[in-house]
Each structure stands twice: as structure tokens, then as C-alpha cells.
Write a protein that binds this ligand. Sequence first.
Ligand code: HPA
Length: 247
Amino acid sequence: MLAIVGGSGLYSPGDDFQLEESLAPETPYGETSAEIGVGRWHGVPLAFLARHGPRHRIPPHRINYRANLWALGQLGVTRIIAVNAVGGIAAELPPRTLALPDQIIDYTSGREHSFEVGEDQPVRHVDFSYPYSEVLRTALVAAARQQQLALVEKGTYGVTNGPRLESAAEIERLRRDGCTMVGMTGMPEAALARELEIDYACLALVVNWAAGVADGVIEMTEIVEHIEHGMRRVKALLGVTAKMVAA
Ligand code: HPA
């Protein structure tokens, strides 16, 4: 089954999601961010989870990523499309752009970021050379072309700890590292999916220029406006992609 993990601004797949049950599964890691909605969307089975909780109450560094991913895995989810709001660093990523990162750099700290606990189990070091699923990325690109929606097909997502936004110098460093976008929720989600062998892709919506890229400071009102504008396109793209990758 496909799952969508919604970030800021995406709290349901859409009005046309036919919810069959809302599940609050127990996990060895505690509670998920919200109940997981399971139902049908565009004729295909879908699970949906709001990463920040029902009313956006959970900040990025306090999300229980392990519980969320574990619970989705237990439900039989084999593919996840994650939706993440990001700041644009590269010139080709102004606010309202949809982007599909193909690489990631993790700058987070202090998050529970692995299911590997050692103890009586030999430690596995999963391969993470290419963090995102090519199958899902290809489907998203095809869906965007079909709908004539502009989509930047590559990029490197730098994941910061938040919840504060970055300083201009931090963004300059990320740019030197090769990051084209910055957000707070891409990790450890992607790595935990890999540990569970769940295919995972990230659909990023740019909601502001990252710190220091444009003149002035970053205003929350600006972010909220771009999120509202962008989510209609996100939902349209996800709907077509869901049909393509339903397994
Ligand atoms: N930085 C980090 N995370 C973000 C940003 C940003 O500028 N915009 C949206 N999420």
C-alpha cells in the first residue's frame, strides 16, 4: 500500500479521500503523530499520516519519526511519498516551486534516528547512497508532465534541526555543501524508511527563500500564503501519482 506523509499545510489527501478507518497503532517507540487514515483515493488504497499532528502541534525536532515509520510499515505500507515544505537556496527554487530532491544532507542532531539498537542483534549498516526511490521519483515526474505541472526534478535537501530558521551564514554554508533547498523534516524519516525497506520519495514545496537569499527577513505570513497556494498543486500531483504506483 502507498502512504502519504503530509507536512506543513497538508493534513488530508483531499476531500475526495474515502476514509475507511482511522488507526492509532501501538508501536515499541510510542505514539504516532496522529491517527493514520486508511481508505481509498482515486480508486486505490492509501494510508495518510499528518507528520506534525492534527493541528500542527508537533515541531520538527519532536516528531516521533520512529513510531510513524514503524506504524506505517506494520500496516503493510511499501511506498511512501513524503510532502515537505522547504526554503529555496538555489536560484531555480523560488517560492511556490515544486521540487523532487534526489539527494539529502543531514544536519539534524538529537533525534532518534535509527531502529538499530544493537544489544543482542548484529548491527546493520543500510546503504543510503541514493536516499530516494527512483520508482517513485519517476512516477512523480511522469505525473507532473501529464498534468503540465512544473517540477524541478533534482536537488539536494539539507535538513536542519529547527524549529528556528537558519542564519544567513548557515544557509551560505549549506549552499557551499551543495544543498539547493533546506527543511527540517526530511531526516531521519528517509533513513528510517530505508531501514524498513520502504520505498520513499520526497515532494518538496518551496515556501520561502532561505535566509539571506533574498533581501529582508523571513515572514511567517509569506510562508503560510505560499503553502496555501502550493498545496492544491501538490494534491493534484499526488492524486495522479497514487494511481500510477498503487501496488
Ligand atoms: N528553513 C528550514 N526549514 C524550512 C524553511 C527554511 O527556510 N522553509 C520551510 N521549512
